[in-house]
Design a protein around this ligand. Sequence first.
Ligand code: ZN
Length: 239
Amino acid sequence: MEEEGALVLYSGGQDSATCLAWALERYGHVETIGFDYGQRHRIELDCRTDLVSRLRAQFPAWSEKLGEDHVVRLDALGQISQTALTSDMEFRLAEDGLPNSFVPGRNLIFLAFAAALAYRRGLKRIVTGVCETDYSGYPDCRDDTIKAMQVALSLGLDRRLVLETPLMWRDKAQTWALAQELGGEALVELIRLRSHSCYVGDRTLEHVWGHGCGACPACELRSAGWEKWRSRPHLTTEP
Ligand code: ZN
């Protein structure tokens, strides 16, 4: 088991791109995993490859530590969910306050697959960008959920796995501040222009905070975080 090895759940969004940089700054060997489950914003999958190749070019020291990227197909997830992310339904909030894009337990499924892969690759740590601070109502992003999952996976695999969540107590503004701290303005620009958050997959409109429709909850969160960070440039990155 490689003590210094980490597997990052990397989707191509702002949060996971920041987590990738965070892991590359800390660990000697980093691999990435992404999931293709027929999400409507498939553009996210194209962005993730593009962002990594640019990251490699701009940060040679990180590039040396960055190993394989694993894309796992999870078609069954789309089959089960029939939600806004995988069909042509309009994005909206459901009666329980969760976005109708919510795929129940999605992060738990992702973590289970990531753990199986980490086991096979001999990687001890799994890094995920889940966040309880502005978690959009996803209960599987909560700190207690992740802690319980770490125990379940370590027991179930009979191997100590560590789930790391650098963004758990950071809001979106602090996530930008963290990117700045890790890779300066170059990393901020890379994430701003190349990462994708928009739920409806829009990349035709460019805003100061990046690309997106500007109206969906993901765009609103990203835009508000950017504005808050820009108005408070010395915001601490401490959660
Ligand atoms: Zn959007």
